[in-house]
Design a protein around this ligand. Structure first.
Ligand code: SDX
Length: 442
């Protein structure tokens, strides 16, 4: 099982950049590194030692934190590729475990490899029976994402035999366990607040079918798995699987850089993803569309989004990297119509509202100038709602899908022999040294 993920490697180039400190006139030559495509990077690892200065880049807008071979994004052209394959081709032709294998090991599997991988994942889908009692500690009105953060963080207490990151076999076992058990844990996070009994996974179902079964089936009757829903679920999972060094993936890498166990690292990623500026935006989009209510209210909300004094932002719009249409949003926009049609949902008002909101925003100078386009979160919630998920489960599904990306990026990092603990510095702007004053003299 302990296959290796391909090693990331940057190419040193003969290029350099020269930095001139105008205060002293000193010049510093810094090497420029090139990858297989995308922006070159200035290697600043020697900068502090040579100049006594740090770089300053809050939010890491211009900073490459690592080199990686997993995902490439071209934000200007709206390109997303995993291991070189365009996301559109993967969403159209693959199932989730095919993509998961490729993200983890670098290649789309042949039939025999796929069957073996799917079997191994399937036979890790059950969770330790004691975990059921862990759920019972939550209030019934707990948000499913709060449950996910808690339960995944607790996994290292249940699977301690796969937490030693110096053992490649244990790393792979933990990777398979996380990918395999996340649907089970997510479905349980859906069932628990409802007071419905947990459904055990079935080994005769595919990854997406199993998740739908554990989520929507009840012991009292047969559950018919809709091929339409299963196909839509596979596609949604693929579209959310990985996305380069986004906030939650960077959280997983930073946590993993301290040699924390993989379950703790993925729990940290789930916590970061929950934010409405990140994966929590899909739930926020539906809340926003519900608040807008009707097309004649769109103008007011567009104006609020443009008002610097109003904290309101158009949820599901804008992206740190994409300054063009998010290719995932394009696939989801197309799927929304297909899924709603195939589910027999006629004229879903929220979809009509979303399409009109997109039309108006993309004709507005503010959004055009700032290159704010719909992102992956804009349409996903509408599809998930039509599939029967409550808004509170949308980010749980994002976390379910993104687990394979987090696990692939974590493996790539821990297998890199040059990897070091992540420890950024700062620009200190606080008080300089001052004398202590005893309390009775303050
Ligand atoms: C995801 O990184 C990834 O890859 C993430 C993700 C993934 O797959 O992992 O793609 C998933 O997180 C998608 C993004 C989901 N979030 C939202 O939809 C929330 C709404 N969007 C924004 O909060 C914002 O666009 C971010 C957080 C997504 C990006 O923020 P940035 O890159 O820091 O950009 P910014 O906040 O500096 O915005 C630039 C300008 C600002 O105006 P100025 O200060 O320059 O005048 O654009 C404005 C912002 O005010 N702006 C918006 C806006 N997004 C940015 N104005 C109104 N509505 C918005 N949605």
């Amino acid at each position: 099982m302990a296959q290796q993920t391909p090693m990331a490697k940057s190419e040193s180039t003969s290029d350099t950049v020269t930095l001139v400190d105008n205060a002293t006139g000193k010049r510093f030559e810094l090497p420029v590194l090139g990858g297989s495509e995308g922006p070159r990077v200035i290697d600043i690892r020697s900068l502090y030692g040579e100049t006594g200065m740090f770089t300053y880049d809050p939010g890491f807008t211009s900073t490459a934190s690592c080199d990686s071979q997993i995902t490439f994004i071209d934000g200007d052209d709206g390109i997303l590729r995993h291991r070189g394959y365009p996301i559109e081709d993967l969403a159209e032709n693959c199932d989730f475990l095919e993509v998961a294998h490729m993200l983890l090991f670098g290649e789309l599997p042949d039939r025999a490899t796929y069957e073996k991988f799917a079997h191994d994942i399937t036979y890790h889908t059950m969770v330790h029976e004691q975990l059921l009692y862990f759920y019972r500690g939550f209030r019934r009105d707990a948000h499913p994402m709060a449950i996910m953060v808690g339960v995944v963080g607790a996994l290292s207490a249940f699977y301690h035999d796969s937490t030693d990151i110096s053992d490649p076999h244990q790393c792979m076992v933990a990777s398979y366990r996380l990918i395999a058990k996340m649907p089970t844990i997510a479905a349980m996070a859906f069932k628990y607040p409802m007071g419905q009994p947990f459904m055990y996974p079935r080994n005769d179902l595919s990854y997406a079918e199993n998740f739908l079964y554990m989520t929507f089936a009840v012991p009292a009757e047969e559950y018919h798995i809709s091929p339409v829903l299963a196909r839509a679920m596979e596609r949604i999972l693929i579209l959310h699987a990985d996305h380069e060094q986004n906030a939650s993936t960077s959280t997983v890498r930073l946590a993993g850089s301290s040699a924390a166990n993989p379950f703790a690292c993925i729990a940290a990623g789930i916590a970061s993803l929950w934010g409405p500026a990140h994966g929590g935006a899909n739930e926020a989009v539906l809340d926003m569309l519900t608040e807008i209510g009707s097309k004649d209210q769109i103008g007011e909300f567009i104006n609020r989004a443009k008002d610097k004094d109003d904290p309101f932002r158009l949820m599901g719009f804008g992206h740190r990297v994409y300054k063009n249409y998010d290719p995932r949003a394009a696939v989801l926009r197309k799927s929304a119509h297909e899924v709603l049609d195939e589910l027999g949902v006629k004229d879903e008002p929220l979809l009509e509202l979303a399409l009109e909101l997109e039309r108006i925003a993309l004709e507005d100078d503010y959004f055009v100038e700032k290159k704010l386009f719909p992102n992956v979160d804009f349409y996903s919630g509408i599809i998930l709602r039509a599939m029967g998920f409550p808004n509170s489960m949308f980010t749980v599904l994002f976390a379910l899908a993104r687990t394979v990306g987090w696990v692939a990026q974590w493996n790539e990092m821990i297998q890199d022999p040059t990897q070091r603990i992540g420890r950024p510095r700062q620009l200190y702007t606080g008080e300089t040294k001052r004398d202590f004053v005893p309390m009775d003299q303050r």
